[in-house]
Write a protein that binds this ligand. Structure first.
Ligand SMILES: [Zn+2]
Length: 165
């Protein structure tokens, strides 16, 4: 017997493979939770979704309507908004905002040409579906030193696909 047969060669790995899945996570605030963050995005990413309250999960609304299972099933629609942010607690992430919260953020930042660099404190009242309190804070890092804004589309597509299995 040859030496190779007695001692099969190991399948060595010479690089650390990236984990499967999105690089930036989506943060959804539950009741009583807060996030203090600095916005990296220039503007929000808004998307219509269908929410199925029986299974408590969302699926994207797609065009055309005839190709959207949610529209065909007459599932209720809502809009969700995402901002690429940095927080000391979560690092870089996408924070998910409801329509009411996004409205409040745009009111606070009214007249600002871009969200980038703004510091926000978002705090949800006790219930998971509770109101979100929005406060503007002192800027932490100058705008020009922030990372490049990221688009949440691939992350969201991944999450939607993932939840379905
Ligand atoms: Zn739809």
């Amino acid at each position: 017997m040859s030496e190779a047969a007695e001692k099969p060669e190991l399948n060595r790995v010479y690089e650390v493979p990236k984990m499967k899945g999105p690089e930036l996570r989506v943060v959804r605030l539950k009741g009583g939770q807060m996030i203090a963050c600095q916005v990296i995005s220039d503007t929000f990413f808004g998307v219509e979704i269908h929410y199925d309250s029986r299974v408590r999960r969302s699926e994207p609304c797609v065009k055309p309507e005839s190709a959207c299972p949610g529209c065909q099933g007459k599932k209720p629609k809502k809009i969700l908004y995402y901002l690429h942010v940095f927080s000391n607690h979560h690092g870089q992430c996408f924070v998910e905002l409801t329509h009411a919260t996004m409205l409040r953020v745009t009111e606070i930042l009214e007249g600002e040409p871009s969200f980038r660099g703004k510091c926000l404190e978002l705090r949800r009242t006790a219930a998971d579906n509770g109101r979100m309190l929005v406060k503007m804070c002192e800027t932490m890092v100058p705008r020009t030193n922030l990372p490049k804004p990221a688009d949440p589309e691939n992350t969201l597509r991944y999450l939607w696909e993932w939840g379905r299995k």
